[in-house]
Write a protein that binds this ligand. Sequence first.
Ligand code: CA
Length: 508
Amino acid sequence: MRQRIHNALSAILAGVVINFCGASFAQDDAKKPNIVLLFLDDLGYADVGFNAELFGVETDVVTPNIDALARAGTIFKQAYVAHPFCGPSRMALLSGRMPHTYGGQKNLPDVSKNLEDYNSKGIPENEMLMSTVLKKAGYATACIGKWHVGSSKPFHPNNRGFDEFYGFVGGGHQYYPYISDKVEPKINDYQYFLERNGEAFKSPEGAYLTDMLSDEGADYIAKKSAKAKPFFLYMAYNAPHSPLHGKTEDLQHLYPDHKPANPGSGINFTDYKKRQNYVAMMYAVDRGVKQLVDTLKDPNGDGNADDSIMEETLIVFMSDNGGKILQAASNAPLQDDKGSAHEGGIRVPMFMHWPEKVPAGDVFDHPVLALDFYPTFAGLAGAKIPKNKKLDGKDIWSDFLAGKNSHPDEPIFWLRHHGSGNEVAIRVGNLKAYRKNLSSWKIYDVTTDFSESDDVSKEHVELLNSMVAEGLQWSQTHQEPKWHDTKAALDTWTKNTMPHYEKTFRVK
Ligand code: CA
């Protein structure tokens, strides 16, 4: 399933033969890699050049730096997040567990809505996050950008394994924070002041959020580059999540014939203007990725690469869930979008880059899960995972290098609660069973039928029975949601006596 495997493998074999002897990567003589996790928000499947090209989709996005990095590494054609919404997806990434197992399957509410009981919640404290595991293994750790997995003190990034935090704890933010800083009273947490390590600060006039995050990330890399400690940098860009505010200069550059949108307004745009803003937002992320890469290649910025740390840095790129079509994203060729258990909600663009370690110019065509990152990063870092820590993903590293599937037989589950029912998907091998509420089950081969349009359930009656039975068993591991994103969502949940697993996980 790996393309161009032989050249790539010989390069790898020269460097990390120890992998094939069953030993952990983190040997005494192997420096622990820095890990830079570029985690975007609501990125459309076709909204980065490298992925559009992979699937033969025409696109107007301009992401040359991201594309160059992807092509110099390995692109993952079947990368999945654990949930089609931001909060639960990030909880799964950071905790290594399906959030349903600890009641984290809903987004946390907007802090400004004063749902006091919920505002004091987050990923349970007994779930050790990947940041803590890496920190205990000697890593310097930073989270820059969006958090959204708990804002009160015990759940704040600085108390969850991150030495440094710069950004915002809620589900999103305005892109011109100088303007939102001045709004009083604040009607949503997108207008809150940005913060550094719990201290709110006023943003400079004209500063554009994506650039602020990139500047901070580059500073962090430059500062940490000369240190003996490796670092874990979680770059959680909120772009291209709404509000659709491209940077004025980027809009002028990309669309010189059109009057740019008014930064800060974000309303009454036609879809065309929305798309222009979306493309401009990705253009800004692309500039940021170049800035981070330039800093890795020349941390002291003297024009000489003798201090490069690129060779000892693993870069991973992914989105937290699918793009939102109403917000101008394109998930082509996948069906549906953010919030769906169809591929458009859960299958995301992904690549890894690490010179001489990650094969260059390759495509990896087996399922890889955001849930796999925790054990995989821990493995590369030689980190100890506590014995009682449960993980739902796998350390994929040796399978990845060998071009093998880490999830060949076991079911992979997705479940999103709607108001009065569930949307569920169960993938085994190449086949994915799908059901929304009480519609009939469908089965698709998602390795060839990307748009899930050819139902083959009639050919797999026995398999469907066993998949659904496993789904019911899996649902027994869930807890009631510990929070809902709105009071209305809680009321609907209660009124409909959710979660209705016995109805959901039944073939007819
Ligand atoms: Ca998102």
